[in-house]
Design a protein around this ligand. Structure first.
Ligand code: AMP
Ligand code: ZN
Length: 667
């Protein structure tokens, strides 16, 4: 007989292996298409057989869980800092202290490693399964971010080979320079302020509330240590080798050496080679190799005595600050950018440096003409790290952050708790207007055939459009006279615009570009509120009580609809023929279903899972994914997980069978 359980196990194992081949070994054997096909098959089987749920299945890597606040949890073994040094002398002294404790004749060898510059992570494995992931926090306790960590493909959810029963694996979560730069390019395109460096972006990513957002970030994990009571391991170099065998990513840069001179060679080698790495390091770490020697050496209050970090000075140069200009993004965020006297830093000509925000300018107390220190890490845009005091610019030339928008003169505003200033003239500030229209037509929003960002700028600059609604007032005669516009493309554009009127409500809602309303939130709002009219009327409390919507999003939606220009835009869009409601036209708003929240779980006879959800929504109900006090019914199919049932019972939520459901809808 065809055994579903076996098939599921087989697919999971295969997918874990292929994931490892792809992300850890960089030598995939399947094409992306083949991999996706296999994953889809597993997803389907798991959905149909919820009794075989596995929190570490490869399907769990896409994320989806929302954590509003992360639980803190103690480390079984503290996560120490490392003592730092910048000189060889100090390294020699460090070795002398070690010899003093261990004795003159003890043979010493060192594991020389790169010091990856990211966010540290502590991974707990039980019987080879990832059970918990903690941030370093204060070293004694960290935040539990397990669901977010599971989305990182270089972290095995199940270990290979032989491993200790219960132990911890420690590593660094990083973003490669290339991935980081790509993320920033996308932010520039969307008019959002850019991230300042890979390290902060990596550590910020780990604390996102929505794990599916984390899944979209190209985070990687490099392993450098383990901790546990029964490791059966004898030296650090063996630890690195074992970690590789268990399926972790451990860069091959580590070297085992037997003298401090060879440690110096390692340091020297990476001082020049580190620029060629695809990720940031902030130095190297030297560790006494033998674990029993490590134990004898022990720890100070803050750091192990058996390890030390040698830090490189960042590549720096000084040049003159010639000016500051301000960029305005689609959302109105203002980014100050320094104009520098061009200078060569590690092979690139640097003319601009990011100043991030007004606090940064204040902190540096910048003045025009200052000689400034410029540092270039892996980022595209270098940063100013300080002012050369002896060569200050003119004291009268203090840089005062602008208080009006450079593009539209509107007074700038900075909200409490935000670092960025904003131009709130959302509907009439040119870069914001262009950006909003560009967002509206973009692929994930209305995806208008034939129309691209450049054409939008062209139309805007020719005075043909100044907001989203104007797109629908265009006709062929208006755009034909524009330079380079052929009849065929003009036809395409006008047709594409006309066709976009049929796009679903959730896409239009996303296209409006309300701050914090991304694709997923737009879908949720469209699903719950059904029409723009209801959404406009929703109060802040209503919004906050909506699943997955927090205070920040709720406020932003309220702000958006309090602006008369935005309401006018919506009225116009409707008048052009946009329906602005979820397609539940045959919606019959059954009294037993209307606005009731259903959790659907298990397998049904007459419906697929999707079909039953569509039916609930058609009758006016709302489908939600997890059980809470606000749930009205648990619709339980065959093979529903016992946890869901227990939870529903404890909250006294009625449980409906497929039969009950059918009776209810016919009542
Ligand atoms: P620090 O934060 O400067 O005290 O340095 C300690 C941190 O360096 C650890 O928490 C790790 O996250 C990080 N680190 C990066 N690479 C290594 C490595 N090869 N060995 C040990 N720690 C490392
Ligand atoms: Zn403006």
């Amino acid at each position: 007989m065809y055994d579903i359980r076996k098939k599921i196990d087989f697919l999971r194992k295969e997918l874990h292996n292929h994931n490892h081949r792809y992300y850890v070994e960089d030598s995939p054997v399947l094409t992306d298409l083949e991999f996706d096909k296999m994953l889809k098959e597993l997803e389907k089987l798991e959905a149909e057989n919820p009794q075989f749920f596995d929190p570490n299945s490869p399907t769990q890597r896409v994320g989806g869980s929302i954590t509003k606040s992360f639980k803190s949890s103690s480390h079984r073994y503290p996560m120490y800092s490392l003592s730092n040094t910048y000189t060889k002398d100090e390294l020699i002294k460090w070795e002398e202290r070690i010899i003093k404790i261990l004795g003159e004749d003890t043979p010493l060898s060192y594991s020389c490693e790169l010091k990856f510059d990211g966010a540290s992570i502590n991974l707990l494995y039980q019987e080879g399964e990832l059970v918990k992931a903690l941030t370093r926090g204060d070293g004694l306790q960290g935040d539990e971010i397990t669901n977010n960590i599971k989305t990182i493909n270089t972290i095995p959810l199940k270990l290979k080979g032989e491993y200790p029963n219960f132990f911890e694996v420690r590593g660094e979560i990083i973003l490669t320079t290339e991935d980081f730069n790509k993320m920033n390019l996308r932010r520039v395109e969307r008019g959002e302020p850019i991230y300042s460096n890979p390290r902060n972006t990596a550590s910020g990513s780990l604390k996102l509330q929505d794990s599916s957002q984390v899944a979209r970030r190209p985070l990687k994990c490099f392993i450098y240590a383990v901790a546990g009571d029964e490791l059966n391991l004898y030296d650090q170099f063996e630890v690195l080798k074992k970690a590789r065998e268990w399926g972790f990513k451990v860069p091959n840069s580590a070297r085992l050496v037997d003298s401090i001179e060879k440690v110096f060679e390692f340091i020297k080698y990476w001082d020049s080679e580190r620029n060629k790495l695809d990720y940031d390091i902030d130095g190297v770490v030297i560790k006494v190799n033998s674990l029993s020697q490590q134990e004898k050496l022990g720890y100070t209050a803050k750091a192990p005595r058996w390890a030390i970090a040698y830090k490189y000075k960042a590549e720096q140069a000084t040049t003159k600050l010639e000016g500051v200009h301000y960029q305005v993004g689609r959302t109105g965020a203002i980014t100050p950018v320094a104009r520098l006297k061009p200078i060569l830093i590690s092979g690139t000509l640097v003319k601009r440096a990011s100043l991030h925000n007004s606090d940064q300018i204040e902190k540096l107390d910048l003045r025009l003409g200052d000689k400034v220190y410029v540092e270039k890490g892996g980022e595209i845009i270098p940063k100013i790290t300080g002012v050369k005091e002896v060569q200050r610019g003119d004291l009268s030339n203090k840089i005062i952050f602008i208080n009006k928008c450079p593009e539209c003169n509107f007074p700038l505003k900075r909200e409490k708790g935000e670092a960025q200033h904003y131009c709130k003239n959302e509907t009439a500030c040119p870069p914001q207007q262009i950006g909003k229209i560009q967002h509206f037509i973009s692929r994930k929003a209305l995806d208008i055939d034939g129309l691209g960002s450049e054409t939008v700028s062209l139309f805007y600059n020719a005075g043909l459009i100044s907001n989203i609604a104007d797109l629908y007032r265009l006709d062929k005669e208006k755009i034909m006279p524009l330079e380079g516009m052929a009849e065929k493309s003009a036809n395409n554009i006008i047709n594409g615009i006309k066709k976009s009127l049929e796009k679903p409500f959730s896409k239009v809602l996303f296209g409006l570009g309300i701050r914090f309303v991304g694709e997923t939130v737009a879908k949720k709002l469209a699903q719950v509120y059904k029409s723009i009219d209801k959404l406009v009327l929703a109060t802040k409390e209503d919004l906050i009580n909506t699943e997955e919507i927090g205070e920040k999003i709720a406020q932003s939606v309220i702000d958006y609809f309090s602006n008369k220009d935005n309401l006018d835009l919506i009225i116009s869009l409707k008048s052009f023929g946009f329906k602005m409601e979820s397609s539940t036209s045959q919606n019959s708003n059954h009294p037993a279903f209307y606005e009731k929240k259903f959790v659907v779980s298990g397998v049904f006879d007459a419906f697929s899972r999707e079909e039953i959800i569509i039916e609930i929504e058609r009758l006016g109900g709302i489908s939600v994914t997890s059980i809470s006090k606000k749930t009205d019914f648990l619709l339980a199919g065959r093979g529903i997980g016992p946890k869901k049932e227990i939870k529903a019972k404890s909250l006294k939520i009625p449980i409906l069978s497929e039969n009950d459901f059918n009776k209810l809808r016919k009542s």
